[in-house]
Design a protein around this ligand. Sequence first.
Ligand code: SF4
Length: 352
Amino acid sequence: MLIRDEFKYLLYTERLKDIIDKKLINPVCVEIGLTTRCDNKCIFCAFDWLMKEQHIDIDPTVLQSAIDDMYGMGVQGVSICGNGEPLLYRNFVDIVRRIQRYNIDIGLVTNGGLLHKYLDVPEYAKMLAEFTYIRISLDAGDSLTYKDIHGVDRFDLVIENIRRLVLIPDRKVTVGVHYTLCENNKDSLYRAVVLCKNMGVDYFHVGPVVKSTKFSENLPKPYLMYPIESTSLTKNYSNDRFKVFVSDNRFEDISGLDKTTAGYDLCRAQNYFTIIGADGGVYPCCHTIGNPKYCFGNINEQYFKDIWFSEKRKNIMYNIDFKDCSLSCNKKWANRMLHSLFNPLLHPSFLG
Ligand code: SF4
C-alpha cells in the first residue's frame, strides 16, 4: 500500500520522545548521490549547477564503510538518487550488493537510459528485481517532447527499458514512472499515462517543476494542476494493478498560495533521514546539498556514524535558516505534522 509521505513518519512514533528531548536518533532512511555525471540535459534539472561545477564520483571504499555504519545504526532504506545519473557510476553493482547483503531496502531513481546494460546481464537483472522500487523519470509521452525535456533523443530506448524491467520474472521491485509537469510537456501527459499503464508499470507519479535553492534561472514555465484535474486523472486511469498519484500539496506549494515554513518552527523531518552527496558531504536534504553552511561532515574524513551523532550536526539541525530552504521543500508537510505533535494543540477535545 502506498501512503502519503508525511504519514509515514507516524510509523516511527517510538522515536518521538527522544526527538522531544533533543536527543539524536538513528536515521530511518539515507539517500545517496553516487555521481554528479549525467547523460541527459533536463531543462528542470535541480543539480545542473552542481554538474557544471565538477564531475565527482563518490569514493566506493569510503561509501562501503558508510553503508556498514548504516547497517549498524539500523537504517531501513537507502535511496540511490540524483546529483547525477546513478547508473553511470562505475561501482554501482558493488554498492548495491553491499546494501542488499545487509537486507536494507533499496530504491533507485534513474533516467532509465542505461537500464538495458544491466538488464542484458542475467545476474544484474536479478539484482534489480530485488530492489524495493525503481522509479524512472520519463516526463514525456512521445519522442519529440522527450527530446525537448531531456535534451537527448532516446525516448524509444527508455520505453523499451521500462518494458523489459516490468517483465523481469518474479520481480519484487515496484516499477514507477515519474512525470515532472510543466508547460513544455503538459500535452504529452495523458499519452505517457496510457503507455505506462499498457506496459504494466505499477504506478505513475505526477509532480510539478520545483525551484531548488541554487537552481538555474532558465526554469520552464510550471503547469499548475488543480485538484479537479488531478482527481479526474487518478480516478480515471488507476485500477488494481496501476496507480496514478499526483502530489497535490506540491502543486499547491508552487501556486504561490503557501509560504515555505508556514506551520512549523524547526525542520524535525531531518531527524529521520539524510543525504550523502557525491562529494561525500552529509547534508539535511537535497535542497541543502553543496551548501557548506549545512554540511554536517564528510565521509571522506569521518565515519558516517560519527558525523550523524556529532554536536556539529545537532547545531546545524536546530539552526536551519528557512530563507536557505526551497520554496517547495518536499518535507514541508511532514514538518507541519511533526510540529503539531510537538506543540500543545488548542482545545484538543474539539475536532475540526
Ligand atoms: S529544505 Fe529546509 S525545511 Fe526542507 S528538508 Fe531541507 S532543511 Fe528541512
